[in-house]
Design a protein around this ligand. Structure first.
Ligand SMILES: NC(=O)c1ccc[n+]([C@@H]2O[C@H](COP(=O)([O-])OP(=O)(O)OC[C@H]3O[C@@H](n4cnc5c(N)ncnc54)[C@H](O)[C@@H]3O)[C@@H](O)[C@H]2O)c1
Length: 250
């Protein structure tokens, strides 16, 4: 049996210095892909790249003007970099809203735009967007994040339609809450916004909608990305692979 089916493939994973991105980089490298760790944090990016025998692309993806004329040689693009901000709409800082949309909608558009010509030339490509249960459902106090994730769902579907004749699939992965620094950083903000002690946030806010009462692990998300990059998933496009412990079953 082929154990490294992604041998010869080059995968750019954004936000791969931490959390889900790092787990995706490791999984795709295990499957034989050459990894480009694209992140603004150089040192942790280098650590992950060294672990997977990949390279580092130090880039601030919120600086979208610098991405406008980019051309990328990638067979797999995983749009993963993201941030969160928790505040009610009337107090939500406009510059924070704009930053989240630049990083989590505009940058994925520009990277996909830059990667498609190479994928089309070779007749094979995989674009995977790390969306969220928040790409399908809303929560209070996350206006920018929910807007951005709903936006990436639309971009993914358009790329699926345009890429179909070129062997390129585009899909979202929609995790519930994953055990990463992004969630750990939210605990204090969520406690403030919901008026709860920090130790009650996990049970009463974060896991409230999940039927399975635990955080998801980054490696489980990476498994879904690996599936979408496989040849078995060549007919899977324009869809959203939901891994949310039953949250959206409500
Ligand atoms: N953690 C969760 O519960 C969860 C759930 C659903 C979806 N997601 C999504 O998964 C993705 C990864 O989240 P995570 O939890 O692993 O977060 P994380 O904070 O652990 O990692 C995010 C990475 O993105 C990088 N990054 C942030 N801003 C950047 C910028 N301007 N330019 C380049 N890189 C930048 C960071 O340096 C970091 O390495 C995000 O899109 C997030 O919305 C996370």
């Amino acid at each position: 049996m082929e154990t490294q089916p992604l041998t010869g493939r080059r995968a750019i994973v954004t936000g791969a210095a931490s959390g889900i991105g790092a787990a995706v980089a490791r999984r795709l490298a295990d499957l034989g892909a050459k990894i480009v760790v694209a992140d603004r944090d150089e040192q942790p990016a280098r650590t992950v790249a060294d672990q997977v025998g990949g390279e580092v692309w130090v880039v601030d993806l919120a600086d979208t003007a610098a991405l406008a004329d980019l051309r990328l040689e990638a067979d797999i693009l995983v749009n993963n970099a993201g941030i969160q901000h928790v505040a009610p709409v009337e107090e939500f800082p406009p510059e924070r809203f704009a930053l989240i949309l630049r990083l989590m909608v505009e940058a994925p558009f520009l990277l996909t735009r830059a990667a498609l010509p190479h994928m089309y030339r070779q007749g094979w490509g995989r674009v995977v967007h790390i969306s969220s249960a928040h790409g399908l459902r809303a929560s209070k106090y996350k206006a920018a994040y929910v807007t951005a994730k709903h936006g990436i769902e639309g971009l993914s579907k358009v790329v699926a339609l345009e890429g179909a004749d070129h062997g390129v699939t585009s899909n979202c992965v929609n995790p519930g809450f994953v055990r990463t620094p992004l969630v750990e950083r939210q605990l204090a903000d969520q406690a403030r916004a919901h008026g709860l002690p920090e130790d009650e946030v996990l049970e009463k806010v974060i896991l409230e909608e999940s039927v399975i009462k635990r955080l998801l692990e980054p490696a489980e998300v990476a498994g879904a990305v690996a599936y979408l990059c496989s040849d078995e998933a060549s007919f899977v496009t324009g869809t959203s692979l939901v891994i949310d412990g039953g949250w959206t079953a409500h």
